[in-house]
Design a protein around this ligand. Structure first.
Ligand SMILES: Cc1cc2nc3c(=O)[nH]c(=O)nc-3n(C[C@H](O)[C@H](O)[C@H](O)COP(=O)(O)OP(=O)(O)OC[C@H]3O[C@@H](n4cnc5c(N)ncnc54)[C@H](O)[C@@H]3O)c2cc1C
Length: 592
């Protein structure tokens, strides 16, 4: 048990970055290179963060394969987001994308090359030339291991820049004073179970997604939404949590991802009759329509009895016509995944696939400098000292549905932007470390201690599994108000169970069990936010497809959802429709 007093070990940094994925390490690099004292915390070794699993590519209008420009990329991103994306942030991202990719190239990232030495680019869902006219090759790729190449490059750069890594350290809670300023985090050294106070002039949340609140997910086991839980407990609202992306091609039964890059290279989806059904749903983009669109079409095929296999519960992804050479050169890991997890060699047979939860569009509300913003009396208000970047943040460039390759881009653009913003505000001159907010630290310790002292209650794994099963059943590709409202009841009940989690035999508690219990306390915040926000949005937009209200309703719902943990309250704020320098793209029908 941890004593509640201020004698806990304390360390001081200019900046503490929670998370060593692409976002966290792009930000820390900017800070360390500027001479700031930076700590990066990660639950796993940095290069095992989920970014390492990204396969298909990073989007930028380099125009290496055919004509392209950032304005088309901006339009595609807004349309992909079903107009819920903030157009200022989207302009900021798409416009800087080519430069950010060249910067990665100069850092040493090993992209695939064209014969003329330029970066190889492949087509991806929803990326088009000339405002939707035809697919364009915009995804800059390193085979089907783009995230691996990106993350290793950033790690090496950070080592050179002398970033301090705290490996296998879990951030527990934000430390916030009465004025609402964030002063750092409490953190658990996972090996020893010791708790530390890490004081920071600036704290950056880069904890990635929370796809593990579903039973079938393409996400790593560590993706439990810790940053979202930390923000929610510290009184910061969560934005647009009803919007979760189902990736069309998870390996049926296993959940492991088959990149959209397979369809980019020419792979096609077939139903049991061997029909290329996407031609019916999206005549122009076909298999390369955005993910929400393809996932719904697949679900429809399966529901209408055209699914494959003995139970008719999946469709297949055919790529044998690409030939062994292309598959081995451009998609080697996909072949390996299909053999290991789907029991098929895609050089000869199609891969069984189903829509699988993949990405959270919502998160901690942030502006395009990465600063966390709350909503007070009809205005956005910056939370002093706190930034959120990467998948845990809602900037919001993805709105109601993210385009493939735009996440890796989001990581480097906003990781760097947050770094620049912090450097420009000279934290060391701005203020010394503020007096520690003792009450905030005590609340965090009390939370850990409660886990240790409870003598009876629920088992961690049982509660975690129930959350996953409930989300899977109630919050799928197609939603109904009945299912969602049932889900709200179940998740509320599970939130009570989370408060009663205890370890039966205290002498046999491993730190891994402690970590899991602390993760479940974060997962439940994400699940509550998600199901409640979804049950309240009575329209269909992007990834939120509600059978009871199948149409998008711009008159009433062109707005961001904000959810507050303390009382489960929902409120709404307008979408930023005005870009930084160009004309706004007004909403229109979304066909492909
Ligand atoms: C299989 C797969 C393939 C993908 N392919 C693509 C693609 O081709 N193109 C694309 O654009 N996007 C892709 N995506 C999405 C994209 O990879 C992710 O959105 C992105 O990598 C998330 O990066 P991040 O830096 O926000 O977080 P992550 O890379 O998930 O890193 C999170 C970090 O936070 C740390 N952390 C979490 N909680 C704590 C805590 N409490 N204390 C300390 N540390 C903590 C973790 O240890 C980790 O270091 C893919 C995603 C998946 C799952």
């Amino acid at each position: 048990m941890v004593a509640i007093n201020s004698s806990l070990p304390r360390r001081q940094f200019d900046a503490v970055v929670v998370g060593a994925g692409g976002a966290g390490m792009r930000c820390s690099l900017q800070l360390a290179q500027a001479g700031l004292k930076v700590a990066v915390l990660s639950k796993v070794f940095p290069t095992r963060s989920h970014t390492v699993a990204a396969q298909g590519g990073i989007g930028a209008s380099l125009g290496n394969m055919s004509e392209d420009n950032w304005y088309w990329h901006m339009y595609d991103t807004i349309k992909g987001s079903d107009w819920l994306g903030d157009q200022d942030a989207i302009e900021f991202m798409c416009r800087q994308a080519p430069e950010a990719v060249y910067e990665l190239e100069h850092f040493g990232m090993p992209f695939d090359r064209n014969a003329d030495g330029t970066i190889y680019q492949r087509p991806f869902g929803g990326h088009t030339a000339n405002f939707g006219e035809k697919p364009v090759q915009r995804a800059c790729a390193a085979a089907d291991r783009t995230g691996h190449a990106l993350l290793h490059t950033l790690y090496q750069r950070n080592v050179a820049a002398k970033t301090h890594f705290f490996v296998e350290w879990m951030a527990l809670d934000l430390i916030r004073n009465d004025a609402g300023d964030v002063l750092g985090v409490t953190a658990l050294e996972m090996e020893t179970g010791d708790i530390y106070i890490l004081e920071a002039k600036k704290t950056i949340l880069a904890t990635g997604g929370a796809g593990r609140i579903w039973a079938a997910s393409t996400n790593a086991f560590i993706n439990t939404g810790d940053g979202l839980g930390m923000a929610a407990r510290a009184g910061i609202c969560l934005q647009d949590m009803e919007f979760w992306q189902f990736h069309p091609t998870g390996v049926a039964g296993a959940g492991v991802l088959i990149t959209e890059g397979v369809r980019g290279e020419g792979g096609i989806l077939l139903n049991k009759d061997g029909e290329r059904f996407m031609e019916r749903y999206a005549p122009t983009l076909k298999d390369l329509a955005p993910r929400d669109f393809v996932s719904r079409s697949m679900d429809q095929e399966i529901k209408e009895g055209r699914g494959c296999g003995p139970d008719g519960n999946y469709v297949v992804l055919k790529l044998d016509h690409l030939g062994a050479d292309v598959i081995n050169k451009r998609l080697p890991s996909i072949r390996e995944i299909a053999i290991k997890f789907g029991n098929v060699d895609p050089i000869k047979e199609p891969i069984p696939v189903v829509p699988t939860i993949h990405y959270q569009m919502g998160g901690i509300p942030a502006n395009y400098h990465g600063q966390v913003v709350t909503w007070e009396n009809g205005e956005e208000k910056v939370v002093n000292g706190l930034y959120a970047i990467g998948e845990c943040a809602a900037v919001s460039v993805h709105g109601a549905n993210r385009l493939g390759t735009n996440s890796l881009l989001d990581l480097v653009i906003f990781g760097r932007a947050a770094g620049n913003h912090i450097v420009d505000s000279h934290p060391e001159k701005q203020r010394e470390h503020q007096p520690l907010a003792k009450e905030s630290v005590e609340a965090s310790l009390a939370r850990v201690n409660a886990l240790e002292t409870r003598t009876s209650g629920e088992k961690v794994q049982d509660v975690a599994n129930s959350i996953r099963v409930s989300m899977q059943q109630h919050c799928g590709v197609f939603r109904t108000l009945k299912l969602l409202n049932e889900g709200v009841g179940q998740i509320d009940e599970l939130a009570e169970q989370v408060k009663r989690i205890s370890f039966k035999d205290k002498s046999k508690v491993f730190n891994t069990a402690r970590v899991e219990a602390l993760e479940v306390e974060n997962m439940i915040e994400v699940a509550r936010a998600t199901i409640k926000s979804a049950a309240n949005r009575t329209e269909s937009r992007g990834a939120h497809a509600l059978n009871d209200h199948p149409e998008r309703d711009d008159e009433n719902w062109l707005k961001h959802t904000l959810w507050h943990s303390s009382d489960g309250r929902l409120e709404y704020k307008p979408v930023h429709m005005k870009p930084l320098t160009v004309e706004s793209f007004p909403p229109k029908a979304r066909t492909f």
